[in-house]
Design a binder for this molecule. Structure first.
Ligand code: NAI
Length: 342
């Protein structure tokens, strides 16, 4: 474990166990250099304990980079709860709250994959170092996903200007993979702005909705990246940019909401060689963490919107930095973020 911690540059790992509720969890603090570690709580059935620990570390590290590039006064952390049949859910999250309380604010949790505002309510019974509990913006409808979509929309606009000198989206072809909470909200904004949408999802219901409402062209999920377009926007799962898919891309820009879009960090070189502009995922999809930051700062929906509207500036800066230093946009993002927390 220490070897893995060293490789990820982790500060601290906390192993939590509560026999009464069956809680088994890991809290990973990657960095608290810029402020308390911020990052949601994931509930997942892992194949092994090792896999859960590795996931917690990787996710916490990602949060450090995302917070740093976004200019937030927070570090990165993550809690991972191991899902198993014997776990009493409410009691387990309350127990996790007690572990978080012991950290005296060094870690602030929130909703992530598999958890809900109701789980955060249980945590909140034991600690105030939690977001997304009932009554907060994070627990309101699709607020976080909407803010993420808004940031990606603005980031696409910025990338179109940087790459093609375009100032609007009329007639711009955008291939959008995944019409979930973020993808659908993004499709709505792109359609309103006059873009031509090419869409895919594994859920046929979502496809027909997008065809009806946004006059989108439906295509198969396996082939969406082959379509000729200006922007390919991965908004479903990560890892869609691979050694196999990159040579097949027929776009000028990759800019989407999915986390960890590059199957391997070095693949950004391949995109660059193909003259494809890559908007680093953790910079363009930071709308969620920026909303949480606004909520913690007490600036509400207005503060969140203002923070998300800084994403274009962040992207412009890193595109410029990459160009000046002859490095990829992914390396530029890492370098700028690391300079802040290293
Ligand atoms: P979601 O679960 O609401 O939507 C995912 C959508 O992708 C679903 O409609 C699903 O049917 C579809 N999908 C799954 N596999 C697919 C495939 N092979 N091809 C096409 N579509 C497929 O998730 P959400 O919240 O919209 O998130 C989307 C992505 O954005 C995820 O990678 C997530 O990690 C990332 N993200 C989300 C944020 C948020 O605020 N929700 C914040 C930052 C990143």
């Amino acid at each position: 474990v220490w070897r893995a911690m060293q490789d990820h540059g982790m500060e601290e790992l906390i192993f939590c166990q509560d026999q009464k509720s069956g809680l088994k969890a890991v809290i990973a603090l990657h960095s608290t250099k810029l402020g308390p570690a911020l990052g949601g709580c994931r509930l997942w059935s892992y194949a092994s304990e090792q896999e859960a620990i590795e996931d917690a570390m990787k996710l916490a590290k990602g949060m450090t980079y995302k917070a740093a590039i976004s200019g937030l006064p927070y570090g990165g952390g993550k809690a991972v709860v191991l899902k198993h049949v014997g776990m009493k859910r409410d009691a387990a999250f309350a127990a996790l709250g007690r572990f978080i309380e012991r950290l005296h604010g060094e870690y602030i949790t929130g909703v992530d994959l598999g958890t809900t505002p109701q789980d955060m309510d249980q945590i909140n019974r034991e600690t105030r170092h939690v977001t997304d509990q009932s009554g907060t913006l994070g627990a309101t409808g699709n607020f976080t996903a909407e803010m993420t979509a808004y940031g990606v929309f603005l980031g696409i606009q910025t990338s179109l200007t940087c790459k093609y000198g375009l100032t609007d989206m009329k007639g711009v072809r955008i291939a959008l993979q995944g019409l979930g909470k973020v993808g659908y909200a993004l499709a709505r904004r792109l359609h309103q702005a006059g873009a031509q949408l090419i869409v895919s999802d594994i859920d046929p219901g979502k496809i027909s909705q997008a065809v009806q409402k946004f006059n989108a062209l439906p295509v198969s999920s396996e082939n969406i990246h082959l379509h000729s377009c200006e922007v390919y926007a991965p908004c479903a799962m990560g890892g869609t940019l691979t050694h196999l898919s990159i040579p097949q891309l027929s776009c000028g820009i990759v800019a989407g909401a999915a986390n960890n879009q590059l199957a391997d960090e070095q693949l950004c070189d391949m995109l660059e060689q193909r003259n494809i502009l890559y908007a680093p995922d953790y910079a363009i999809n930071a709308g969620g963490i920026l909303s949480t930051g606004a909520e913690l700062a007490g600036t509400g929906a207005r503060g969140a919107t203002a923070a998300v509207e800084k994403i274009p500036g962040t992207l412009k800066h890193l595109y410029e930095y990459a160009r000046k230093n002859g490095i990829t946009t992914a390396s530029a993002a890492d370098t700028i973020a690391e300079a802040k927390f290293a």
